[in-house]
Write a protein that binds this ligand. Structure first.
Ligand SMILES: CC(C)(COP(=O)(O)OP(=O)(O)OC[C@H]1O[C@@H](n2cnc3c(N)ncnc32)[C@H](O)[C@@H]1OP(=O)(O)O)[C@@H](O)C(=O)NCCC(=O)NCCS
Length: 196
């Protein structure tokens, strides 16, 4: 889907003066430790106040590493991209085509994960990842992309809203809380702001 190797993210405006845009590239199994590190740090900072202390403390880099390594080794898993600053992974996203949701139409893709290291929040890394991940999907056959976000995750809701995502009405819940599904069009003429 995307060529391996570093690629400058298009149209990224860094959030802090003097910061360079991250480079975004397709990830492979060798990136699993860096992805796991960002996953745990971002999850613990991003979900503070939304999950219990035990749930936050139970997140393990070793388990995340094994999970991401397996997903990227097995064929048919999501496409994983990493964003790097100075060759260090500062964010990643995973895109499933088609969406894993049982009710999804055949032409709907899914952002299965998006995590940015807290040290890089607000610097354009999330936007860069989303732009590079979604741009190839616009060529078809994908007409829309969805994702699940926790109800109280205001930072993520604000971010996705900025990128043109809106709630599609679907909800789900488990022991960790409730999630709402957001959706954005991938059709060039619809719902496309500066990015999404
Ligand atoms: C949500 C998250 C991925 C955003 O990534 P980020 O790198 O901080 O976002 P960016 O700096 O790329 O911001 C992109 C745009 O969204 C805007 N934005 C970011 N957070 C926002 C917020 N809380 N409210 C409103 N707008 C916001 C930025 O101002 C920026 O706008 P601009 O480019 O038009 O100036 C990041 O905060 C994160 O990893 N959070 C923890 C994990 C998480 O919740 N992931 C989502 C799970 S569904």
């Amino acid at each position: 889907m995307l060529p391996a190797g570093a690629r400058a993210a298009p149209g990224v405006t860094p959030g802090e003066a003097g910061m360079r845009p991250p480079s975004v590239r397709r990830a492979g199994p060798a990136d699993s430790a860096g992805i796991a590190r960002v996953h745990v740090r971002s999850w613990q900072a991003g979900y503070r106040g939304l999950l219990t202390g035990d749930e936050l403390a139970g997140d393990s880099e070793a388990e995340r590493d094994a999970t991401w390594s397996g997903l990227m080794t097995d064929g048919g898993g999501p496409v994983v991209l990493v964003a790097e600053n100075d060759a260090k992974i500062v964010g990643f996203c995973a895109v499933a085509t088609p969406s894993r949701d049982p009710d999804a139409a055949h032409d709907v893709a899914e952002v299965a994960a998006l995590y940015v290291d807290p040290s890089a929040w607000g610097t354009g890394v999330g936007r860069a990842l989303m732009e590079v991940a979604l741009e190839p999907l616009r060529a078809g056959p994908w007409l829309a992309v969805t994702l699940w976000v926790m109800s109280g995750n205001e930072r993520a809701h604000g971010f996705y809203g900025r990128l043109g995502f809106t709630a599609d009405g679907a909800r789900r819940s488990d022991r960790a809380g409730s999630e709402v599904r957001l959706r954005a069009s991938l059709e060039p003429s619809k719902g496309r702001g500066r990015t999404a």
